[in-house]
Design a protein around this ligand. Sequence first.
Ligand code: BG6
Length: 521
Amino acid sequence: MLCGATVRPCDKLKNMASANPFQDPLRFERRIPECAVAIFGANGDLTKRKLLPALYRLAYERRLSPGFAVVGISRTPMSDDQFRASMRESVAKFLEDSPFDEEVWSGFAQGLYYMAGDIGDSGAFSNLASHLNGIEECRHTAGNVLFYLSTQPSQYAAAAKGIGAAGLAAGNGWRRIVIEKPFGHDLESARELSGNLHEVFRESDVYRIDHYLGKETVQNILAFRFGNGIFEPLWDRRYVNSVQITAAESIGVEGRGGYYQEAGALRDMIQNHLLQIMATIAMEPSATFQPDAVRDERAKLLRTVRVMKPDEVLANSVSGQYGPARIGGADVPGFRQEKGVDGQSQTDTYAAATFFVDNWRWAGVPFYIRTGKRLPKRVTEIAIQFNEAPHAVFGGNDDGSTPNLLILRIQPEEGISLRFLSKRPGAGMKLRPVSMDFNYGTSFGERSPTAYETLLLDAMIGDATLYTRQDMVEASWGAVEPILNVWQNQKFDFPNYDAGTWGPKAADEMLARRGHTWRTP
Ligand code: BG6
């Protein structure tokens, strides 16, 4: 024991700050400390399209510390300058709606380094250790390192092991690791992956990214629900009739046929993104906005999602696959005709399910979730259907469309609409649904950060609120695995929907059984 050791006033302040995150200046001012980001898979698509543009944007916003560096690692031999040139091209191309500023880029590019290395080779990790030492000395990154695995998931375990064996998982600063989904392909493999990571990193240093949680509109669900006093009293089984969560994409598998054939829509979107959205809609308020307080509530909710029995699966889930079609004068191939896809594939490119939350607040309220590729448009939204007025004093509405509906639009038109009945002008009491609309763009008139900007910043600050925790991953697999198990023994009559349509008929029938219909977004 260090008897007599005195606590310096500045240490005292630091301790207080870490105990109370509301006083933690880095977390609440969103200032990124000095650090190096080591990206494995630096020559891949994710790095080019998402990670580097996001880091550049943080530089543009002056959020990065002067002590900042990136070291890219992949198998392709390249010099630092070649890496910088390649990243410059990608950043300029994938910046979306932001300007590319030469001056900001040249400052940012000075902190970019590259080393060729293979995750399967232990020499690569000792090489990385000396690179990181050199970078720490010349860029003053304070020994803080964020490892980002932008690789095939099959390499996660080997990468973590290599980092650990080279002594890189601990040092004079913090060490954290970010991994991308999929976190396993079922419950057992998710546990195995987590076991491998935990041999090297503590759970609190493992950041499992779910980019939907980083979307501004998904974060806004928390603000909407818990920042206002109006909605929460209505947010339960007494007033909510049903909830629909839709994530539709008009694109097909875009060259990812090989991956997608193994994954399918249920694994690719519902197991992670959409169950996380559902948890955000349905969770209890957390008493504080501390990372684990919020994550505990999400996790609790996911654990209460009813696990389907095998004989309930086919009535409460729908698997679909798109076939060829002619859209806008062009021939669109069916999934089975896509590159890398088996001509007899039984993979779902569309998945829908009815979930129930077995708790006091939500008992009996169906949560309908659907997602699919090659649907008519790209749209993600949550529609909360409130109960009708108990008695139709005015005889109902005259066009049959639904009032008492709250729509949270996640993308691409970000906003919120409330639909309710209103009197039509003129004699008599004829009612018609109207909308009260909030639109992000017009209300705030400023650009929203991309999900990757938000999430990378959070990981560097050490704020895991928007990251998935292992217990949530396991609970989500618990909800999805029984469906997969039944589907796997089924021979589906695929394709069962044409590209460019709203999915298979069976999905409509699934809702009709409870007297509901899907909304057309
Ligand atoms: C990814 C899925 O996680 O999310 C893709 O693997 C999907 O298949 C993508 O296209 C959708 O993300 P977003 O942000 O474009 O809705």
